[in-house]
Design a protein around this ligand. Structure first.
Ligand SMILES: [Zn+2]
Length: 271
């Protein structure tokens, strides 16, 4: 009888454990993966954060995000755990260049097309978040083998004195046209875009809970909208379509619309 009570008591403790784990750090351009048992809700500065059915969630910090964030985890027994996260700042590369005007501004006759493509992109990005489970619990892989990182995340060019949009990903160069490009993790293809002015042929993948990756300037596309892809599955080939100066893969990562450094997610795993 005593043994029975002991087992019952231990089960009670395990089932009511308010355990949680956070993987990652609060740094500009990075994410933290969380998992919690018996979780009721997660809030970042009082705003609800999506939690999947296994109690997993993701929070992230944009390239320029600053300040203190309060992460609140509410458990089913009514208890609450709070973590205060101060976002660490990063230093980004700034490049000042003087170049011919033709490259700074796209030609007037392309503006309508660019607007149309921006709209398609906006519609696609609105779908991000529909996948309500973490499909990347197995971690991430580099989308191309070999090559060299030619341009890092967050770097900014100032062309003829005008600051341009910061680099929203990494460029992997020194790879031959036709090199396979792989999905960084399991996910659903939200958009396989063809021949966009800036992006060329590209693939946007939703990995769940708001986390998404994009692969630009592809030579060939092997996937279509709505398709499920496995981590490491070949989705296309390295190319130089769209506005590029040569064959390379631009790989971008976002948490919803927060810009995340692709290199920061490679060592993260929920397990
Ligand atoms: Zn790029």
């Amino acid at each position: 009888m005593r043994q029975f009570f002991l087992i019952f008591f231990l089960l009670f403790i395990i089932c009511n454990a308010q355990n949680y784990k956070l993987t990652g750090e609060a740094i500009q351009g990075s994410i933290i993966i969380g998992s919690a048992e018996n979780v009721l809700g997660v809030y970042l500065n009082n705003k609800p954060v999506p939690v999947d059915k296994n109690g997993r969630f993701v929070i992230g910090f944009d390239r320029n995000e600053k300040g203190l964030r309060k992460l609140k985890i509410k458990f089913k027994d009514g208890s609450v755990k709070t973590e205060r996260l101060t976002i660490k700042k990063r230093k980004y590369e700034i490049q000042r260049l003087k170049i011919k005007d033709g490259y700074v501004n796209p030609p007037e006759e392309e503006m309508e097309r660019i607007e149309r493509e921006l709209e398609i992109m906006k519609v696609a990005r609105k779908k991000i978040g529909q996948v309500d489970s973490m499909m990347f619990d197995d971690g991430f892989v580099m989308p191309v083998e070999g090559g060299r990182i030619k341009s890092v995340f967050g770097s900014q060019r100032i062309l003829n004195g005008i600051p341009k949009k910061p680099h929203n990903g990494i460029d992997i160069g020194d790879v031959e046209e036709g090199t396979p490009v792989k999905a960084a993790a399991d996910g659903i293809v939200v958009l396989a875009g063809e021949n966009f002015y800036f992006n060329g042929n590209f693939v946007l993948i939703d990995h769940g809970l708001g986390l998404n990756t994009i692969y630009l300037h592809l030579n060939k596309l092997y996937v279509t909208d709505g398709q499920f892809v496995k981590k490491g599955e070949v989705i296309g080939e390295v190319g130089s379509t769209g506005r590029t100066t040569g064959p390379h893969l631009h790989w971008g990562v976002q948490l919803y619309s927060k810009r995340i450094d692709p290199l920061s997610i490679l060592n993260l795993s929920a397990n």
